[in-house]
Write a protein that binds this ligand. Structure first.
Ligand code: ADP
Ligand code: MG
Length: 454
């Protein structure tokens, strides 16, 4: 197993132990650089991420690595920009050419320091199906003439559905097409926030302004995480306007459409809505199969058709989870020297898709849903049959089931003293409707965010 595979397997474990937004935010750009004498060295994209992860997730990471290899004693962190320098220039990273680090995994580590793009994400490796074909078509059109058509381009969809892949793929493609004539830059909204905070602290706002305003294609990932700080939002607005007004391409991703991002001001929101909005939905069965088949080929996983079908049936909501399953399969395949059988595959799927119980109470969920709909929590728990609260109560039921795995009789009793069939009906209905109704889906995402935040 090479380092990349080991890290993917560790990430699959880590993902189960922390919240989704945190996982996505902090681990998306992480890499395992080396393992030597029980010390694992993990690369992170910036100092901000490094400090954050060091102080909060060190134990979890060490635990996950130890599960894979008992000899792991310690985990250290470095900032990833160190990776783009030649190995000799990297103090303390001299052992990087270790045999473990195959040619291929090395290219995976190469984040372009100028654009901040990961070359792994390409448009040609993006598998297209019904749920992402419009977003993909828009992406291709923009690549052909950045800044002219479709500006800004705002792409939204749930976690793990391919937003980062698509927007980074666009960046890589533009870079390949126009070389140095077009300056591309990819940033996460944390990175942007961090830059602004740093500039304010060091009185270097001009540096940041220059850094962002001389860009031809600005790609901002996960805009919903932009810090809720006046100065950051303000600076983002100015940067955006400056670029937009000089016909520079702005590409933005988010887990929900602009109207559900509370930190965005109205003027910003209407700007985004005035461009092109494209959503990536949940992949249908066909697309899931196509992705699984493409990825097993890419990764060298050996899987029977039966296993492909099993994964496609069981994991419906996240391509990242599909990838997690395949990575774990690869891990077992390498460890045992034979392809995994259907039983092991079942076990892996369960492990990857199981959510750990969080420290959230039923009352907290009820209060948050009520707050979101601006009604009283009492309306939800009492027997009220008011029509306006029907949807909110069904969503509360669904969330109690989805987030806390509570029983239907309990949920029914708790919300409006109804019987278990009412609760079951609500949960099934909402979980089906999420697939069809993006609006509902985004409402639920926004509520979940609120629940997880408090
Ligand atoms: P998001 O940014 O929406 O949370 P990512 O872009 O990080 O999701 O995608 C999660 C994983 O799934 C990545 O490894 C990505 O390469 C893969 N992926 C997502 N969609 C596709 C697709 N259509 N084709 C191939 N791989 C995909
Ligand atoms: Mg992403």
């Amino acid at each position: 197993m090479n380092l990349e595979q080991a890290w993917q397997a560790a990430l699959a474990e880590i993902e189960l132990q922390i919240s989704r937004p945190n996982f996505v935010t902090w681990f998306a750009e992480s890499k395992l650089l080396e393992k030597n004498e029980g010390v694992a060295l993990v690369a992170l994209p910036n100092n901000f991420a490094k400090e954050w992860i060091e102080s909060r997730y060190q134990k979890i990471i060490l635990g996950a690595l130890r599960n894979l290899d008992e000899t792991t004693k310690k985990v250290d962190f470095v900032v990833a920009s160190a990776m783009s320098r030649p190995p000799a220039a990297r103090a303390g990273l001299g052992r990087l050419q270790n045999d473990d680090l195959g040619q291929q995994s090395f290219s995976e580590l190469k984040i372009d320091p100028e654009t901040n793009l990961n070359p792994r994400y390409t448009l040609s490796s993006f598998v297209v199906g019904k749920s992402n074909e419009l977003a993909f078509a828009a992406a291709q059109a923009i690549v052909q003439s950045p800044g002219h058509k479709y500006n800004p381009f705002f792409i939204y969809g749930g976690v793990g559905l391919g937003k980062t892949h698509l927007i980074q793929g666009m960046g890589n493609e533009i870079k390949a097409l126009y070389k140095n004539a077009v300056k591309v830059r990819y940033v996460s909204s944390e990175k942007f926030t961090n830059d602004v905070i740093w500039a304010i602290k060091n009185k270097r706002m001009e540096t940041v302004k220059e850094k962002y305003r001389f860009i031809d294609v600005l790609i901002i990932d996960d805009i919903q995480f932009i810090a809720d700080k006046q100065a950051t939002v303000e600076e983002f607005f100015h940067t955006f306007n400056a670029l937009y007004e000089s016909n520079k391409q702005v590409i933005i991703s988010s887990d929900r459409p602009p109207r559900f991002i509370p930190t965005l001001e109205d003027r910003m929101r209407s700007r985004f809505e005035g461009g092109v909005l494209a959503d990536i939905g949940y992949p249908d069965y066909e697309l899931r199969c196509a992705i699984i088949k493409t990825k097993i080929e890419e990764k060298g996983v050996i899987a029977s058709d039966e296993i492909v079908t099993l994964i496609a049936n069981k994991i419906q909501r996240s391509i990242r989870e599909i990838e997690g399953v395949l990575n774990k399969m690869l891990f077992y395949q390498n460890k045992r020297g034979e392809p995994v059988n259907i039983k092991t595959a079942e076990h892996i799927i369960e492990e990857v898709s199981e959510r750990p119980a969080k420290n959230i109470s039923a009352n907290h969920i009820i209060k948050t849903v009520a707050g979101f709909y601006e009604i009283s929590p009492l309306d939800l728990v009492n027997r009220s049959r008011k029509k306006e609260i029907a949807e909110s109560r069904q969503i509360a039921m669904y969330l109690l089931r989805d987030m806390l795995s509570l029983s239907y009789p309990y949920i029914g009793r708790k919300l409006g003293r109804r019987d278990h069939t009412t609760a079951m009906y609500a949960c099934v209905k909402i979980s089906e409707e999420i697939n069809r109704n993006q609006n509902l889906n985004h409402k639920i995402l926004a509520i979940k965010d609120l629940i997880n935040k408090a």
